[in-house]
Design a protein around this ligand. Sequence first.
Ligand code: PHE
Length: 452
Amino acid sequence: RADSIDSSPPRSAFSSRFGFVMAAAGSAVGVGNIWGFPTQVADHGGAAFILVYLLMVVVLAYPMLVAEMTIGRMAQKNPVAALGSLSDKPFWKKTGTVVGIAGIVTLSLIISFYAIISGWLLAFTLEPLAKLAGMPGLASWLTSFSTSLNLIAMVAFMALTIHVVRAGVSNGIERWSKKLMPMMFILLLGLVAYIMTLEGAEQGLIMYLKPNFSHILEPSLLVSAMGQAFFSLSLGVCAIMVYGSYLSEKESLPKTAAMVTVLDTSVALLAGLLVIPAMTVAQANGVTIYAASGTLLDSDTLVFTVLPTLFNSMGNAGSIVAIAFFTLMTIAALTSAISMLEAPVNTVCEQLKYGRSRVSIVIGGAVSVVSAIIILNFEALFGLVVTLTTVYGQPLLALLFGLMLTWVLQRDRLLNELKKGCPDMAQSLFWKIWPWYVKFVCPVLMLLVLLK
Ligand code: PHE
């Protein structure tokens, strides 16, 4: 064993805790936070949904996040090899490998639909610039949702993602996350502050913060909140696992996972303060935000029609706000997509011993082909892929990761890993509760949510 460690090249790693937290929070904070969360809140009874969501984060998502990060860091390998190394028994080696491959395949499908949405966000960022540059034809193409736009914007977004992943873990992912995440945060704060000064924002605040508990009894609420929490924390699809494998052994797993969870949740809550008031400001300006049935317009109409209409009505200031808003969304999407591409890239590089640059381009290209197939069969495939991967795939796979870690791995090996960066682990409350909790309580809770 010592030989094999010596002969393999040193594994890439994040160079600092800050770098890891920015990259992992970058993975977590994405379209799910800035668009998904606020529209779900508006749809499901305001603060009542927030409460259920927070509950899901604490009782299910955080414990699973620790589990997924632990698997990665313990193995110091790609996700497929990591899941295959939890036990020496051939059966569990095989099972782990299959679960890992399922995670990577699900993740690849997630990138392929995520890149389509992200392409639109990129196009909507460029549209006001095209207008300011006096190119109205280009501007209207950028917001046309035509097949040509969808394809080109998706490829452009994938090219950005590949560009970062190709450069490696500390030189690409970490370097960019450290720049982009603070930028995203400043944009978000600035936009929240600006929206609050506009007429009509108050109604949005009320809609956001006043709980309507009649929704709490809807059976779909728990499932939606759980799905939202798992998607938002990037769980169950090896993205967080691969980042965990680059985390230094000096760091405490429960603590760094808690930082990522707090950052991700804070950004979602802040995004609610931006998007929901922006909707009611639009309404105060005469834009319809409710469908004929009395419910809110669907979430893509809200982001791609209602908000741009509002920005347009604000003249030149509106162009700046539009650029800021869609830049914010594009950055959030990019740091998430980077983590999605990294897992398959790292797996193929390590398993097949190919160079990172080539593998990034080939896998990024393959994902773009799948994405193009979805674009060309949009009605039939888009919703289907989103539902299969995020509603069913992510929670189920996250549960399998947690179960493999707590049932298959020997308890002293688990303790040993958690002790790194946390010497008092054996006496801690965390150690007394968490392994049993993931082993017995999480599966029961998830089953209850899914069967409800
Ligand atoms: N967490 C990201 C978001 O909120 C999406 C994501 C899912 C990222 C799965 C990585 C893996 O948008």
